[in-house]
Design a protein around this ligand. Structure first.
Ligand code: FAD
Length: 360
């Protein structure tokens, strides 16, 4: 069996953009504290950038015991070469047992690169993480025909179980990485719950600033400028109220979106989401998409207007606190996950609903 005794702690790559940490960082650090308590180890945040040390307290406030900070003007903006080199150097030096990375655009670029360089595995887009306390060998004893008592295994018996949707969301695959370390997973933004901020923990953070080598010759690309999107992107993940539209708005798209926005407003500052049918048709930007290949959301109220409720859509919204579906087809699968359902034409039902809410 490979000797992984040197590999310790759960690490989280904390992504900052222009000096701002991402919500995903806090979700992952919070999740890492649960894994670390089962493994009996520490949570370590890894922060790369220029002049970013001041963010370490924020990371600690969500549960990191230590934050490893690598600062350099060459790390100011994300480039694959620079970040992959420094991250691999840190992993080789500190040997984390688990490394979590947000499945953001940056994380999706970075994770496969480093996994390949470190000769380890990667589970992309995980939606659930767990420690296999029972042991994989025990699992095989129960679920397979392998004679485990008379077999020599060359893998580790304490693993991170990473679960992700597979085959278009029709089944959930549980993946382990028993032969290599670190165990790396990218995790979908919005699926892990952010812990409450603990200011005492934030103050007690231990910052480690290891020496590392990075020169301009290591970087093949140069960031010339960063242009902010002209329209502020919709924040679905942080929203308490989401009114989503589906292909059912098709007979008058503009009116359908306006009705959804008005309903979101009267419910109390909500935002408009969409099914993939809507974003694929170009009726709304992809940033509005909820579901397996869109955002995972868990608002207090989720209203689905003219959405059938395909599994790839419900995978992204079924954990909402209260789901209200409006659909003219009473057999639409969305009613199976809804707390309240109205069978009817959304163009007739929604104006009445808005009227009633305004009166209340
Ligand atoms: P439809 O399935 O066409 O449903 C439209 C609904 O509107 C119907 O139920 C109809 O009864 C109702 N309707 C019509 N007119 C009215 C009206 N006037 N009033 C009220 N109701 C009305 N989908 C996602 O949403 N998110 C994803 O992230 C996603 N990822 C995917 C990933 C993969 C790999 C694959 C294969 C598919 C993915 N999909 C995703 C697509 C998904 O399978 C469905 O095709 C999609 O969700 C359907 O969108 P819809 O419900 O808006 O449209």
């Amino acid at each position: 069996m490979a000797d992984f005794s040197e590999y310790k702690n759960v690490w989280v790559f904390c992504e900052q953009r222009q000096g701002e940490l991402q919500t995903t960082d806090f979700e992952l650090v919070s999740e890492a504290t649960k894994l670390a308590s089962e493994l009996g180890c520490k949570v370590v945040g890894l922060l790369l950038g220029d002049n970013v040390k001041g963010l370490a307290n924020e990371i600690a406030g969500y549960g990191a015991d230590e934050v490893v900070v690598c600062e350099s003007p060459l790390l100011k903006d994300y480039t694959t070469d620079a970040y992959a080199k420094v991250l691999c150097d840190m992993v080789n030096e500190f040997k984390p047992e688990v490394l979590l990375i947000g499945a953001t655009n940056i994380g999706r670029d970075l994770a496969p690169r480093i996994a390949a360089r470190l000769h380890t595995g990667l589970t992309a887009d995980a939606t659930h993480l767990d420690i296999d306390t029972k042991g994989y060998v025990e699992y095989l004893r129960e679920s397979s025909t392998i004679d485990v008592d008379n077999t020599t295994f060359d893998w580790e018996d304490r693993n991170l179980k990473m679960t992700r949707p597979a085959f278009g969301g029709h089944l959930m695959a549980t993946i382990i990485c028993p032969r290599f370390r670190p165990q790396i997973s990218t995790v979908r933004p919005g699926v892990m719950k952010k812990a409450a901020f603990d200011s005492a923990k934030a103050q007690a953070v231990k910052v480690i600033e290891p020496a590392f080598e990075l020169s301009a010759d290591d970087i093949k690309t140069e960031v010339l400028s960063i242009e902010k999107a002209a329209n502020k992107l919709v924040d679905l993940i942080g929203a308490d109220i989401i009114v989503s539209v589906g292909r059912g708005i098709g007979k008058d798209v503009e009116k359908g979106i306006a009705l959804a926005q008005e309903l979101a407003d009267v419910l109390g500052g909500g935002v408009v989401g969409a099914s993939r049918a809507v974003t694929d048709a170009g009726w709304l930007d992809a940033a509005h998409q909820v579901g397996q290949t869109g955002k995972t959301v868990h608002p207090k109220i989720y209203v689905a207007l003219g959405i059938s409720g395909a599994i790839q859509h419900t995978a992204g919204m079924q954990d909402s606190e209260c789901i209200i579906a409006i659909n003219k087809n009473e057999t639409a699968p969305i009613f199976g996950v809804a707390d309240y359902g109205i069978v009817g034409d959304l163009f007739k039902v929604v104006p009445q609903l808005i009227e009633e809410i305004k009166k209340a």
